[in-house]
Design a protein around this ligand. Structure first.
Ligand SMILES: O=C(O)COP(=O)(O)O
Ligand SMILES: [Mg+2]
Length: 227
């Protein structure tokens, strides 16, 4: 699979990979729950529900709190989205992200985002960090009918960055089970960031390389593309 002659596209997951957004997602969830007189959740609980997008997040919350009233479910999600769309105050870039992206861009790698986070909060958080010009393509969880782990969003990101649709070339950088399954389905190599929201031990997820410090990523990318 996948050796690029030119600097190959590098596509990034967002939540738990470039940004630690769990505190903002947690706060947005709890504001919605509190406003609807429901029990609140811990950061650790909410963190464990992130990765599959907003619908998966809320399905997990409804299960955890045994909420089966569909009217209440809808109201909770609407209240959540109202705060989540612009929720950046508690979110941080992981250390070394900015420098790693600059290094990869300077080396000529086209860069993209493939996230299950909806597009509006994705674009807002990228703008918040002054990173709206860094990525050649941004695919959100609602950009296509399919979400990760379906390969379609990552394939779209790669082709937007110049990869041929019949012969996907590039590298995916992500933190979760969803990302590992997506990379394997395309297939492209996965660089697994180990400080995100994964549940599964690193050794049980298919990946080309794992890293816990973004300072190591540029060298791993060069190794993976055989340069
Ligand atoms: O918002 C989510 O649930 C997941 O987002 P991610 O795909 O960027 O990890
Ligand atoms: Mg993620």
């Amino acid at each position: 699979m996948n050796v690029c002659a030119a600097p190959c596209p590098v596509v990034f997951d967002l939540d738990g990979t470039l940004i630690d957004s769990a505190p903002d997602i947690h706060a947005s969830v709890n504001i919605a729950l509190r406003d609807h007189h429901q029990p609140l959740l811990t950061l650790l609980q909410v963190r464990g529900f992130i990765g599959g997008g907003v619908e998966v997040l809320w399905r997990n919350i409804w299960n955890a709190l045994e909420i089966s009233d569909s009217g209440l479910q809808k109201d909770l999600m609407t209240a959540f989205m109202a705060r989540y769309e612009d929720a950046t105050r508690l979110t941080q870039l992981y250390p070394g992200v900015r420098t790693a992206l600059e290094t990869l861009a300077d080396r000529g790698h086209p860069l993209g985002i493939c996230t299950n986070k909806p597009l509006t909060p994705t674009l807002n958080v990228l703008a918040h960090f002054g990173m709206d010009q860094v990525f050649g393509t941004v695919i959100g969880g609602d950009s296509l009918p399919q979400k990760k782990p379906d390969p379609a969003p990552l394939l779209r990101a790669l082709t937007d960055l110049g990869s041929h649709p019949d012969q996907p070339r590039g590298i995916f950088v992500g933190d979760s089970e969803f990302d590992a399954a997506t990379a394997a389905a395309v297939p492209v190599p996965l660089m697994l960031f180990t400080q995100g929201y994964r549940h599964t031990p690193v050794e049980d997820l298919p990946h080309r390389a794992a890293f816990d410090d973004f300072a190591d990523l540029p060298a791993l990318v060069e190794m993976a593309q055989g340069v």
